[in-house]
Design a protein around this ligand. Structure first.
Ligand code: SF4
Ligand code: SF4
Length: 241
């Protein structure tokens, strides 16, 4: 997103809409400007149409700016998954997809939300921390599609400095390896220049306990059971899982 200097009147009405805080007022010019290194191309500043002069303008986007946009603008679907936003159906639909079988855990590391953003260098750090444990990255996730090697979690060259609103590293791991995966996430956390939330999904055990909870506690995470459960939007429950 850019601000046209000729038409901006410096009213600052657009500023509060930017989740990245990258619209600044320049006193010397009495106009606003956007720091393009911090702008994630989410389009949020433009959508409410608060600019009285039309100075907020969507510039032509090259490949890297488009990458920012697809991970940040919830109206734009990803090419690889056809899903908008972070581009993955996410683990909360497990009751209907049955992705995570008994004896397995689904893990998602959601980087950058709600208003911090993340760069792909941090996404890569998380992916590379868990890959050696033998996790299976979710194939229907655009972060996985950006990896050059899912065995190592290494991402494509040239994208590491690109900033997006949020990206999810999502994988399946057998329960026996969950402690190692969560420990790897805990260890890499201090190296990240962003925030993240950690999601765990699993089938309930026969005795109605949650098999991932004690493992998470052992590693030092405090599980919260207030997660969102998608009951399927009319789709039948998965069978045989
Ligand atoms: S497109 Fe998004 S990040 Fe960029 S200036 Fe507008 S609100 Fe801020
Ligand atoms: S709302 Fe429009 S005119 Fe006002 S500061 Fe933002 S870009 Fe400039």
């Amino acid at each position: 997103m850019i601000i046209d200097k000729e038409t901006c009147i410096g009213c600052q009405l657009c500023q509060p809409y930017c989740p990245m805080g990258c619209i600044s007022y320049r006193e010397s010019e009495e106009k606003c400007a956007i720091d393009l290194d911090e702008c994630v191309e989410c389009g949020i500043c433009q959508r409410p149409k608060v600019c009285p002069t039309g100075a907020l303008q969507q510039q032509e986007l090259d490949e890297m700016r488009n990458l920012r946009r697809t991970f940040s603008n919830p109206l734009v679907p990803h090419k690889t998954t056809s899903v908008p936003g972070r581009g993955t159906e996410e683990m909360k639909t497990n009751d209907v997809t049955g992705r995570f079988k008994r004896g397995h855990a689904g893990v998602a590391v959601e980087l950058g939300r709600p208003g911090t953003g993340t760069r792909f260098c941090d996404v890569e750090k998380v992916a590379m921390a868990v890959a050696p444990i033998g996790v299976v990255f979710e194939p229907q996730n655009p972060v996985t599609a950006l990896m050059v090697d899912t065995a190592t979690g290494k991402m494509q060259d040239g994208i590491r400095d690109e900033k997006v609103l949020s990206a999810i590293v999502e994988f399946d791991v057998v329960i026996e390896k969950l402690e190692a995966a969560l420990t790897a996430i805990k260890n890499v956390a201090p190296q990240l220049d962003t925030v993240f939330s950690l999601d765990l999904a699993s089938r309930m055990s026969a005795d109605n306990t949650v098999p991932t909870a004690d493992i998470a506690r052992k590693v030092g995470f405090v599980p919260s059971y207030n997660g969102k459960t998608n009951v399927g939007l009319g789709r039948p429950l998965a069978k045989g899982v």
